[in-house]
Design a protein around this ligand. Structure first.
Ligand SMILES: [Zn+2]
Ligand SMILES: [Zn+2]
Length: 89
């Protein structure tokens, strides 16, 4: 018996329940319904606040400064062009 690594409930797999990409999806072991995990972390855009201009910003793992490898702060327009950027970043 497999247990969900997130909520620890018993889960099962079978060949009739596959995702669009062909992967077998976890099922609740007792109901045979797709396991809708309550504990699984869902990808969610984490926003934060620029500590200089207070604008809402977020970080995207594929937006890095190629020179430093550091994440580049993003806002809804793209790379965050902070009005106070000369002080930091
Ligand atoms: Zn689960
Ligand atoms: Zn800013």
């Amino acid at each position: 018996m497999t247990h969900c690594k997130y909520c620890n409930l018993p889960i099962d797999f079978d060949d009739e329940h596959t995702s669009r990409s062909g992967k077998r999806i976890p099922l609740d072991a007792d109901t045979r319904q797709p396991h809708d995990c309550i504990a699984r972390p869902r990808p969610r855009k984490k926003t934060t606040e620029c500590h200089n201009c207070r604008q809402e910003i977020f970080f995207s793992p594929d937006r890095r400064n190629p020179a430093t490898g550091k994440l580049i702060p993003q806002d809804i327009f793209g790379n965050h062009k902070c009005i106070s950027r000369l002080e930091n970043w």
